[in-house]
Ligand binder design. Structure first.
Ligand code: FAD
Ligand code: PHB
Length: 393
C-alpha cells in the first residue's frame, strides 16, 4: 500500500477524479480517497449540462470518446411562461458556442475507467479521513480502510470532497470567510424511462412554481419541479409529479408531456455558498467543497471543472519549474468565475421561481424580466453567453 504521493486527493467526484487525471497527464502522482463505493459514485444522478469549455477540456484530455458519441449537442433552450414558449438561440447569440447533454455519472464513469486504465490508486470506501500538517511542507492524510489505519504523506492535499466533506473544516477557525444564501425552495428531480417530450431544455415559470424539462438520452428524460425546501418526498407519488409537471409546463397550443416509469427521484434544497480563500497552506479546495450554486444555471459541475483545471496548472508549474505563483494565485484565479456564476445562477433562480410570500409585486418583476430577455437581443445574448459559459472569466 502506497504511503507517499505528490498530491493526496479527498473525493472521487468529478473534481477529484478530473484533477487526478490532469495531474497524470503532467506526470504528477496522486492518490484518491473516497468514502463511498465505486458503484455508488458511478450511479449518483446529478448534473447533465456541460458547457462548451468543459467539453473542450475533456476532449483535449483524452476523455472525449464516449462523450462525442453519446453526448447531445444543444444550440438553444426554451423559456416558457404565460402558456407560450420562447427560444433563446444560444449558439446564434454566442458565435456558435453550445451546451452538451451528458450525465455527470457518465463523466464520472469515463474518468474512473481512464484512471484505472492508467493504474491509478483510488481507494473507495475509506472511513475517518483526517488531515494534519496542512501548514507544513509534508501534510498527512490518515484514514481507515478494511478495518486498518493508514497514513499517506503528501506534498499537497486537494480537498475535492463536496459540500459535506472534511477538508474545509480542517482549516483553522478565522481563516475562511463564508458567504451563504438559502433560497426558499427546493427541486424535486426525477429520472424517467420515457422519450423526452422536447428537443431542447424547457425552463417553465408558472404561478404554481417553476418546472424544468431536461433529458439524458433519446430514451431517458430528467425533469424537476419546484417544491418547499423541506418537502417530504413521500408526499409526491409519481402520478402527482407527472400531473404537476403537466400543469406547470402546459401551453395554449396544447403541448403534451409524455410520462413514463420513474427510475429515480430526490429533493435538493437550493442554496448559494462560497468560502474565501479556497486554500490554506498546502490544502487547496476545489468544486463543491469551496462553493455551491443553485442548480437553475446548470453550473456546479462546470465550475468544479474550471477549478481543477486551474489547480492542475498550478501544481504542474510547481512540480516542473518549482514556481509557486500559480499556487498562490489559485483562489483569486477561481473566485472571479465563482462569483460571476453565483450571480448568473441567482439571476436565473430569482427570475423563474415562485415565492410563497409574494404579494404580487415580485411576480410582476419576474414577468417584466422574462419579457425583456425574450424580446431584447442584448438581454438574450447576456443570458446565452453566461449559460454556455464565458470563455475568459
Ligand atoms: P461531489 O460530486 O460532491 O464529489 C465529492 C466526493 O467526495 C463524493 O464522491 C463524496 O462521496 C466524497 N467525500 C465526501 N466526504 C468525504 C470524506 N470525508 N472522505 C472521502 N470522501 C468524501 N451542475 C452542473 O454543472 N450542471 C447541472 O446541470 C447540474 N445539475 C445538478 C442537479 C442536481 C439535482 C444537483 C444536486 C447538482 C447539480 N449540479 C449541476 C451540481 C453538480 O452535481 C456538482 O457541482 C458536482 O457534483 C461537484 O463535483 P465535486 O466533485 O466538487 O463534488
Ligand atoms: C439536468 O439535466 O440535470 C439539469 C439541467 C439544467 C439545469 C439543472 C439540471 O439548470
Amino acid at each position: 500500500m502506497k504511503n507517499t504521493t505528490q498530491v493526496g486527493i479527498i473525493g472521487a467526484g468529478p473534481s477529484g477524479l478530473l484533477l487526478s487525471h490532469l495531474l497524470h497527464l503532467q506526470g504528477i502522482d496522486s492518490v484518491i480517497l473516497e468514502s463511498r463505493s465505486r458503484q455508488y459514485v458511478e450511479e449518483r444522478v446529478r448534473a447533465g449540462v456541460l458547457e462548451q469549455g468543459t467539453v473542450d477540456l475533456l476532449c483535449d484530455s483524452d476523455l472525449g470518446d464516449r462523450l462525442r458519441r453519446e453526448g447531445l449537442v444543444h444550440h438553444g433552450i426554451e423559456l416558457r411562461f404565460d402558456g407560450r414558449g420562447h427560444r433563446i438561440a444560444l449558439s446564434d447569440l454566442t458565435g456558435g458556442r453550445a451546451i452538451w447533454i451528458y450525465g455527470q455519472q457518465e463523466v464520472v464513469k469515463d474518468l474512473i475507467n481512464a484512471r484505472l486504465a492508467a493504474d491509478a490508486t483510488i481507494h473507495f470506501e475509506v472511513d475517518e479521513v483526517k488531515l494534519s500538517g496542512i501548514d507544513s511542507t509534508r501534510p498527512v492524510l490518515e484514514y481507515r480502510r478494511d478495518g486498518r489505519d493508514h497514513k499517506l504523506t503528501c506534498d499537497f492535499i486537494a480537498g475535492c470532497d463536496g459540500s459535506h466533506g472534511v477538508s474545509r473544516d480542517s482549516i483553522p477557525a478565522g481563516v475562511l470567510r463564508t458567504y451563504h444564501h438559502v433560497y426558499p425552495f427546493g427541486w424535486l428531480g426525477i429520472l424517467a424511462a420515457v422519450a423526452p417530450s422536447t428537443e431542447e431544455l424547457i425552463y417553465a415559470s408558472h404561478d404554481r412554481g417553476f418546472a424544468l424539462h431536461s433529458l439524458r438520452s433519446p430514451e431517458i428524460s430528467r425533469l424537476y419541479i419546484q417544491v418547499e425546501p423541506d418537502e417530504d418526498i413521500n408526499n409526491w407519488p409519481d402520478d402527482r409529479i407527472w400531473e404537476e409537471l403537466s400543469i406547470r409546463m402546459a401551453t395554449d397550443d396544447g403541448w403534451t408531456l409524455q410520462s413514463g416509469p420513474v427510475l429515480e427521484k430526490g429533493i435538493t434544497p437550493m442554496r448559494s455558498f462560497v468560502v474565501e480563500p479556497m486554500q490554506f497552506g498546502r490544502l487547496f479546495l476545489a468544486g463543491d467543497a469551496a462553493h455551491i450554486v443553485p442548480a437553475t444555471g446548470a453550473k456546479g459541475l462546470n465550475l468544479a471543472v474550471h477549478d481543477v483545471h486551474k489547480l492542475a496548472e498550478a501544481f504542474s508549474a510547481w512540480f516542473r519549474a518549482g514556481t509557486n505563483e500559480l499556487l498562490e494565485q489559485y483562489s483569486a484565479n477561481c473566485l472571479g468565475r465563482v462569483w460571476r456564476v453565483q450571480d448568473f445562477s441567482s439571476f436565473m433562480s430569482l427570475m423563474l421561481h415562485r415565492y410563497s410570500d409574494d404579494d404580487g409585486f415580485r411576480g410582476r418583476l419576474q414577468r417584466a424580466q422574462l419579457n425583456y430577455v425574450c424580446s431584447s437581443q442584448a438581454a438574450a445574448r447576456s443570458l446565452a453567453e453566461n449559460y454556455v459559459g464565458l470563455p475568459h472569466v
